[in-house]
Design a protein around this ligand. Structure first.
Ligand code: ZN
Length: 245
């Protein structure tokens, strides 16, 4: 059986003399693990389409024990991401998180679209790192079943006040009158969180927030993710060690 779909190489490992074992995030089949025979040979037609961050049209066949990449026609390689160590580290984290949350062998169009847009905006410098990190974390959490309830105060329904409180374990909001605990949110940070959770896909990356607000937002979305995913992200730890923003 041959599968044809576009997708992104989110992980790549050399194996054998010149083979690669790749993890693909594909539009039509979600996460696929596949061998690309001879792909590390410079003469191979699959060489550039099976490297990390390559976005390509893939043809994949189902072998006895694993999938095999038979064709990889490159559309984009995001080469600029490799020129900056922070961009590289953050991109690897984006790939690790998306690979963990996206479904396997099931369509994953929105996951692919969020990740491709985040990599594009990062490599072109069009959005700051905390912005992209917060959007990717909270949006992917939301579409994979961990959407927090941000409609209003969980007790009285209040939609907005000068300060609201976010309970990261319960994934809900409290107004100042009802809050017994939780992290304080400014109206700007709360509006950004609501946008990330509720915006239609095309408008996901279209909002603004102050630099200070973005820093808070990125810390908050990371905390929310850690609270609900029992996973140690080596790539994130590395990024947090080296980042300057
Ligand atoms: Zn309340």
């Amino acid at each position: 059986m041959l599968l044809k779909t576009d997708g992104l190489v989110i992980r790549e490992k050399g194996t054998g003399e010149s083979d690669r074992f790749v993890t693909l995030l594909t539009r039509d089949y979600g996460v696929l693990y596949a061998f690309a025979r001879g792909a590390r040979s410079l003469k191979s037609e699959k060489q550039s389409g099976t490297q990390l961050f390559a976005y390509a049209d893939f043809t994949v066949s189902r072998g006895k024990d694993a999938y095999i990449v038979t064709e990889a026609r490159v559309r984009e390689v995001f080469f600029k991401l490799r020129e900056d160590v922070e961009h590289l580290a953050l991109s690897q984290y984006f790939c690790e998180l998306t690979g963990l949350l996206a479904p396997q062998e099931t369509p994953a169009e929105e996951y692919l679209s969020v990740l491709l847009n985040a990599l594009y905006l990062l490599s072109s410098g069009k959005r700051p790192q905390p912005f992209l990190k917060a959007v990717l974390e909270l949006r992917l959490m939301s579409i994979s079943g961990y959407m927090p309830d941000l409609v209003g105060c969980a007790k009285c329904g209040t939609y907005e006040s000068a300060e609201m409180f976010f309970d990261r374990r319960e994934g809900c909001l409290y107004c100042p009158d009802c809050a017994e605990h939780g992290e304080p949110l400014t109206p700007g940070v709360l509006a950004a969180m609501r946008h990330i959770c509720f915006a239609e896909p095309k408008k996901l990356f279209s909002f603004t927030l102050s630099d200070a607000g973005l820093q808070k937002l990125a810390v908050l979305t990371e905390g929310y993710m850690h609270t609900h995913l029992n996973h140690y992200f080596k790539t994130l730890q590395f990024y947090n060690q080296i980042k300057t923003q």
